[in-house]
Design a protein. Structure first.
Length: 86
């Protein structure tokens, strides 16, 4: 299977996570201690998080998945997928 890596997406995810941490005044270590997730690796775009990891982080930050991805799209409008009109 071909491995796909979208650097624009990873960068936007990184920025959203940094914003969420800053809003709650949390360090990377605090998130790691609370969740076991090495958020620093995601924030530096060295790690492509799974959808399950994103889901767990959304639960931790108490933010719906839809809101998380809306924020990702707001950071980089090139990530918005245009719907087809029939």
């Amino acid at each position: 299977m071909k491995k796909i890596k979208n650097n624009d997406l990873l960068s936007s995810i990184s920025l959203v996570l940094k914003e969420l941490r800053a809003e709650r005044e949390l360090s990377q270590q605090m998130v790691k201690d609370d969740t076991g997730i090495h958020i620093g690796r995601i924030e530096t775009t060295n790690h492509d998080p799974s959808t399950s990891t994103i889901f767990e982080l959304c639960k931790y930050f108490k933010i719906p998945l839809s809101e998380f991805y809306r924020r990702v799209e707001d950071i980089n409008s090139n990530l918005k997928i245009q719907e087809l009109n029939n």
